[in-house]
Ligand binder design. Structure first.
Ligand SMILES: Cc1cc2nc3c(=O)[nH]c(=O)nc-3n(C[C@H](O)[C@H](O)[C@H](O)COP(=O)(O)O)c2cc1C
Length: 418
């Protein structure tokens, strides 16, 4: 009985095929139409029965394919039908919808009141003033650049966070840069170099250098000061940034597979085309916090005195303190530090790193702010935050706990249709 149930699809298909043949002979050839369904089912079932890759399809030939189909449909069924407006992860429907509506200039107001559980343990809010400002600043700006910087930059409080050309397509990079130009905010290149697509619209650029020094490296992958100076001194580049880590994969580095390393990407990154392109886990240009400060000062000089910053996801607290101590010891103050939360996004990362390594934004931001304030250097070093900011509330929350401005990556991906 058990084996009949297990083989219900091939047995059923065989039975119906035979019946269809008989009916075609006795009654009408139209019955042969049934073979269009039963013969493929029989063929799949025979294949399933003899294959040795999957136990479940071998045990339940034909029938187990329904399971694969359900697996394939699962993300769509959940996202489109089952999932509540506030439930989706990493971003709920409400967030995606809000960004889409605002990007398209559609109505973004919400009728009838909040759907959030304001009595729930996870409910968050900010306190308003009973005396609202009469003329609130329309586009508040933050001046970045301490007394060691010759060309301070006036940054928006919301900017496009680092995403490389390579992780994003040329069209996406161009669209984001056009947005930065129109909106008056900056566009961080990500570690994949300053490509021609970042340049076509002239939006403000923060050029990020990761451990691969893409766009500013020699053939052996070492930092090349001349290449760096050539691009960093361009007018469009407003600040430069050393990437130590990102929240979605701290300490991991990265690999752009050979198939994605086109001639264009290779030219931008200064790496060989059609070969795997590796971002090592750590930097070669420095190995202590003090050396990192010296490297930052060098980048600032080579860029013609533009602000230089450090981006990191906070891990071991004592290391964050060591970075601040190195500022005091060397007397070199980076112009800004960007704290990325463990909840941050990436092109691809091992699940263990995304799910369990690195400090979430609020904790990391509080820690870094306290380190800077405690050491008495917060007036020299601006603090930025990234991690799931997609609305004014995210901005307000991070500014309230110490950030001077915020960056968003995935929300900007939604805005261009991702
Ligand atoms: C597709 C993609 C590519 C990214 N590439 C980089 C990168 O090259 N350098 C970097 O510092 N962070 C990178 N990030 C991380 C983002 O800059 C940002 O710090 C993180 O996603 C948190 O912001 P979000 O929550 O608004 O997405 C990337 C994120 C995404 C989604």
């Amino acid at each position: 009985m058990n084996s009949i149930i297990r083989n219900i699809v091939p047995l059923g298909s065989l039975l119906v095929s035979v019946l269809a043949l008989a009916l075609a002979v006795w009654i009408s050839p139209w019955w042969l139409i049934l073979l269009l369904v039963t013969v493929p089912l029989l063929a799949f079932s025979l294949y399933d029965y003899f294959q040795k890759d999957w136990t479940i399809t071998r045990n339940y030939p034909g029938a187990a394919r329904i399971r694969w189909l359900a697996y394939d449909l699962r993300p769509f069924l959940r996202a489109y039908i089952v999932e509540g407006d506030l439930e989706g992860k990493p971003y709920p429907y409400e967030a995606r919808n809000l960004v889409h509506a605002r990007a398209r200039g559609q109505t973004d107001t919400h009728p009838f009141g909040t759907e959030r559980d304001v009595e729930g343990a996870e409910y968050q809010w900010v306190n308003h003033s009973i005396a609202p400002a009469e003329h609130p600043e329309k586009s508040p700006r933050v001046t970045v650049g301490n007394d060691q910087c010759a060309k301070p930059y006036s940054a928006s409080v919301l900017n496009i966070s680092a995403m490389s050309f390579g992780a994003l397509s040329a069209n996406a990079v161009e669209a984001l840069n056009l947005g930065a130009k129109q909106g008056g905010f900056y566009h961080d290149t990500g570690e994949g170099g300053f490509s021609r697509y970042h340049q076509s619209h002239g939006g403000d650029i923060v050029w990020e250098l990761g451990s691969g020094y893409f766009g500013a490296r020699d053939d052996a992958g070492n930092f090349d000061p001349e290449l760096f100076a050539e691009q960093a001194s361009r007018d469009q580049v407003k600040m430069t940034e050393i990437k130590l880590s990102q929240g979605a994969k701290p300490g991991h580095g990265g690999l752009l597979p050979a198939a994605k390393v086109t001639e264009e990407i290779a030219e931008t990154r200064k790496v060989p085309a059609h070969q795997d392109c590796l971002s090592p886990r750590g930097h070669k240009a420095f190995s202590t916090p003090a050396q990192m400060m010296e490297f930052a000062a060098r980048m600032r000089d080579l860029s013609g005195g533009k602000p230089v910053g450090i981006k990191l996801c906070i891990g071991q607290p004592h290391e964050a303190f060591a970075v601040v101590k190195a500022m005091q010891k060397t007397g070199i103050y980076p112009d800004f530090v960007v704290v990325d939360g463990a909840e941050g996004g990436t092109g691809a990362a091992p699940l263990e790193l995304s799910d369990h390594v690195g400090m979430p934004l609020i904790d990391g931001l509080v820690l870094m702010r306290n380190a800077l304030v405690g050491a008495g250097v917060k007036d020299k070093v601006r603090l930025a935050a990234s991690g799931k900011v997609y609305s004014g509330y995210g901005l307000a929350q991070n500014l309230a706990i110490g950030a001077d401005w915020c960056n968003a990556a995935r929300a900007f991906m939604f805005s261009i249709g991702c």
